[in-house]
Design a binder for this molecule. Structure first.
Ligand code: ATP
Length: 479
């Protein structure tokens, strides 16, 4: 490759590709869903929305650590997709859009899932998710009855009304994807940011889908957050760019520590393609319940810009000065969910290990080996005990680190137990202040989460020591 300036640069990434009909059986897993869900609840990472009222299906709340994890997922994506690139700009478009957007995009007509109802227990299911039983019959997963209604198309968009009247003229939709914001704002953003094709527009934001069967914790939810990028290219260069973005996205997961054996890229079969798509691949993760979609990377052709040009009457074509050509750009779209990818990161990081105790025994430890860029808390400050000789120094260490990272100060209970508490939320470094610190060397012990190795570091060298280790790993360090 190379030559034409609008072709992708060379890349050398070994992506594991599988056929459309690849087996989805996950096989034995180190982390069970139950263990991850239990940890998330107990440590206030993720729990049911409105729990005191019995919860609301498909809606989840992210507690203090979960909120920090989400921030880090978004930041890691924006850093790689926008900050480190010259050819992608950011956008935050609104959740409520003109209703005609969703007519043009095909969502009013076609954003549906096939719904069946069980005549026996009245539960509703997504027909394309039902597996035939041993006799080849499709049965209700709730009661086992084979008495199911014929599938009917159910539109997944939530509707609401703008203004005081609840009639069809006032009806709007909650967006089911962020992508349409990038398409309808394409010309404005291109002009204002003076970008030439090829270039991309990226956005992180909430989307809503009235899923028939939300399930598997935060895997399939009704209120989700997406990270999507629309990359506009000259027609004819789209296939190369599609391959390029598949490789880039693959590398992103690996750079964030996801184990390559738990990731694969599956081509869509022709009949599986969405109405807008020329070609799509799914990034699949080996979730404990099955290999399943984590991210889609689609070649959307010129479908969206063409539709919006026709429906709005505004010409969204692009004039390519170098080639003296006017065309509707083709679009390559990597799209993933914050929630779903946070789940994959949590599962991938979850380990149960044997650890030696101070007294020479062995102890079980649960450790989240999250990449430091994703870890909610970067450093914990742990005075050896709650002794008044130690507290002022420990507080001083904490004040030194607080402006740089999210830290936690914990002086309650035995030090071994406090290490375990930090291990199970994935804190990469624990800093211990002991009597030697205050009486003798003005140094602290820094413990590494994964190796459990300990280093003695002078307090005045501590920020540099940690910056170096965390920055090397891509965690953002100010200054
Ligand atoms: P499915 O066929 O599983 O319903 P989809 O193929 O319609 O999903 P896309 O429209 O490609 O999904 O959405 C892009 C990404 O957004 C998905 O790969 C996933 O990470 C995320 N996503 C979509 N729907 C949900 C949901 N209900 N809950 C959580 N994440 C979602």
């Amino acid at each position: 490759m190379g030559g034409a300036p609008d072709l992708p640069p060379d890349f050398d990434v070994d992506v594991h590709r599988v056929a459309p009909d690849a087996d989805t059986t996950a096989g034995p897993h180190e982390a069970s869903m139950e263990a991850v869900v239990e940890l998330c609840k107990r440590r206030g990472i993720i729990f049911q929305s409105s729990e005191i009222y019995g919860g609301l299906r498909g809606a989840w709340d992210y507690g203090p650590l979960g909120a920090a994890l989400r921030d880090n997922v978004r930041a890691a994506w924006k850093r790689s997709m926008i900050q480190l690139r010259d050819d992608v700009v950011g956008l935050e478009s609104s959740i409520l859009m003109h209703p005609r957007v969703w007519e043009a995009s095909g969502h009013v007509e076609g954003f549906t899932d096939p719904l069946v109802e069980c005549r026996s227990c009245n539960t509703r299911h997504r027909a394309d998710h039902l597996e035939p039983d041993a006799q080849g019959r499709v049965t209700c997963p709730n009661c086992g009855s084979a008495e199911l209604t014929e599938p009917k198309a159910f539109n997944l968009m939530f509707r609401t009304y703008v203004g005081p009247t609840e009639d069809t003229a006032a009806q709007v939709w909650l967006r089911p994807e962020t992508a349409q914001g990038m398409f309808v704002d394409f010309a404005l953003v291109q002009l204002a940011s003076r970008r030439k094709v090829p270039f991309g527009i990226a956005q992180v934001g909430k989307s809503f889908r009235n899923e028939i069967t939300p399930r598997n914790f935060i895997f399939r939810v009704r209120e989700l957050e997406q990270m999507e990028m629309e990359y506009f290219v000259r027609p004819g260069t789209d296939e190369q760019w599609h391959e390029y973005w598949i490789a880039q996205r693959w590398q992103w997961y690996l750079d964030l520590g996801v184990r390559a054996e738990n990731l694969r890229v599956r081509d869509h079969a022709k009949e599986e393609l969405s109405h807008y798509s020329k070609a799509t691949v799914d990034f699949e993760y080996r979730f404990p319940f099955a290999w399943n979609e984590l991210e889609g990377v689609a070649n959307r052709g010129d479908f969206d810009l063409r539709q919006h040009s026709e429906h709005s009457g505004r010409d969204l074509s692009y004039y390519d000065q170098e080639r003296d050509e006017r065309y509707l750009p083709y679009v390559i779209e990597p799209a993933l969910g914050v929630d779903r990818c946070a789940l994959a990161f949590l599962i991938d990081a979850y380990r149960e290990e044997q650890a030696p105790t101070a007294k020479g025994g062995v102890d079980r430890r649960v450790v989240l080996k999250l990449h430091p860029a994703l870890a909610p808390v970067k450093v914990a400050i742990l005075p050896l005990s709650r002794n008044e000789a130690l507290t002022p120094t420990a507080r001083r260490v904490s004040d030194l680190l607080k402006p740089r990272y999210l830290t936690q100060y914990d002086d309650a209970g035995a030090i071994g137990r406090r290490y375990r508490r930090q291990d199970e939320i994935g804190t990469p470094y624990c800093v211990t202040v002991d009597f030697q610190t205050v009486e003798d060397d003005a140094a602290v012990t820094v413990r590494d989460r994964d190796s459990m190795a300990q280093d003695r570091v002078a307090i005045d060298r501590l920020p540099g020591y940690l910056d170096e280790r965390l920055a090397l790993s891509g965690a953002s360090v100010p200054g």
